[in-house]
Ligand binder design. Sequence first.
Ligand code: B1M
Length: 217
Amino acid sequence: MNSQELFNGMINALIELDKDEVLNLVAKALADNVRPMDILNGGITVGLQQIGELFSEGEVFLPELLLAADIAMGVMKDLSDRFGVGDQIEKRGRCIFATVEGDVHDIGKSLVCMIFSASGYEVLDAGVDVPSQKIIDMIKEEKPDVVGLSSLLSTTMQAQREFIEAAKEAGLRDSFKIMVGGAPVSREWAEKIGADGYAEDASSAVVEVDKLLEQRV
Ligand code: B1M
C-alpha cells in the first residue's frame, strides 16, 4: 500500500468508527516511515472533515461524531512523542493556547499545541471552553509571548474579539502577540478584530508566530 492508499484506508475506517483498523493503518504508515504530521493531515483530519460533512447532511449523529473525535484524539496522543524536540534547553517563546468559551472542540487546538511544543516553544494548554477572564488571569501569572485562540464554531468566533477587548481593558494587550485560528476563522476576521496573526493550520501557525516574535525584537 502506498501512503495515499493508507490515508484513504484511515479515512474510511474513521468514518466507519473502526478504531482497530485506524490504529492498524497508522502503525503500517509509521512502519513505512510516513511522517506523523502527514498521517494527521492526510488521513485523520480529512476523515474528521468528511464525518463533519456527513453530520451536516444528517447522515451521522452526535454520538458518532464524538466517537470519531475520540479515535482521532487517541491517534494524536500516540503520535505526540514522535514529533521530537519539545524539551530543547532554550525555548523560542512561551505560548498559551485555548479554545474559546462556549466551544469544546479540542483536536485542532491540541494539534497546534503539539506542533509548537515540537518546534521548541513552551506551551501552556488552557483547555477548551475557556472564559476570557481565565486567560487574562493566566497572562498575569505566566507572562506569555503569544496567546493563541482557537474557535471552531461561527457562533464562538465572537469570543476571540471579546478576549482582545478584555485584554485591552486589563491594560495587557501590548504585552503579548495574539494569534487566532480555527475552521471558520480567516485572515480578514483576524484583521477586523485586531489580532496580530492568523494561520490556516498548525504548521503555518508556527511560521506566523516566528515572524510575529521576530518583529517584536
Ligand atoms: Co463539531 N462542528 N460540533 N464537534 N465538529 C464542526 C466544527 C462543524 C463544522 C461540523 C459540521 O456541521 N459540518 C460544525 C460547525 C458549524 C459552524 O459553526 N460553522 C459543528 C457543530 C455544529 C457542532 C455542534 C454545535 C453540534 C451539536 O451539538 N449540534 C457541537 C458544538 C459543541 C460546542 O463546542 N459547544 C459540536 C460538537 C462536536 C464534538 C464534541 C462531537 C466533536 C469535538 C470533540 C473534540 O474536539 N474532542 C466535534 C467534531 C469532531 C467536529 C468536526 C467533525 C471535526 C473538528 C476537528 O477536530 N477537525 C468538525 C467538522 C470540520 O471541522 N470540518 C465539526 C480536525 C482538526 C485538526 O481541525 O479543529 O479545524 P481543526 O484545526 C485545524 C485548523 O482549523 C487550524 O489548525 C488545525 C489543523 O492543523 N487551527 C488553528 C485550529 N485552531 C487553530 C489555532 C491557531 C491556528 C490554527 O492559532 C491559535
